[in-house]
Design a protein around this ligand. Structure first.
Ligand code: HEM
Length: 126
């Protein structure tokens, strides 16, 4: 396995851990906190880094297949979730802060599905 792929796998797994802690803490508290948002943004940073490195590991333009489309879909949804949560915190939107977990859990499930398929498909490419 190329070192860049190894580092990106570690980075994407870090994203999984950070997203999971953020989303499940939010599920338990039912109130979006700044600490949960920070974890979500850190997860997004690790996700972005991993994606960038996987892209750099190959030469030439991106190939749109199941692996790349599901990876970018999960990343995009998590980015929207982090922006939405930050907006809710900034505006002190009580309704959204209290119901954030109803959106966060489905987005997390989609992201985890893209992680699992990403690992299965990705491992066949190295
Ligand atoms: C063992 C795990 C993984 C390996 C070995 C791996 C490997 C690779 C490789 C070699 C590429 C280059 C393009 C290609 O061949 O299609 C790639 C691209 C990509 N991977 Fe992974 N991958 C893994 C897991 C994941 C996971 C878990 C995700 C997302 C949750 C993901 C998201 C992406 C994305 C978005 C791209 C496109 C990057 C770009 O070209 O801009 N991968 N991966």
């Amino acid at each position: 396995m190329k070192p860049i792929i190894l580092v990106s796998v570690i980075s994407i797994t870090t994203a999984l851990v950070l997203y999971t802690i953020a989303v499940w803490r939010n599920w338990r508290t039912k109130q979006l906190t700044t600490a949960q948002l920070v974890l979500l943004w850190l997860g997004l940073a690790a996700d972005l880094l991993a994606t960038r490195m996987m892209g750099l590991s190959i030469e030439g333009p991106i190939v749109w297949d199941f692996h790349t489309i599901s990876g970018y879909t999960g990343l995009g949804l998590m980015a929207l979730l982090a922006v939405l949560g930050s907006w809710a915190r900034w505006r002190q939107h009580a309704g959204l802060l209290g119901s954030f977990h109803r959106i966060a859990i489905p987005v997390w499930l989609i992201w985890v599905a893209s992680y699992v398929t990403g690992v299965i498909i990705g491992m066949q490419r190295v």
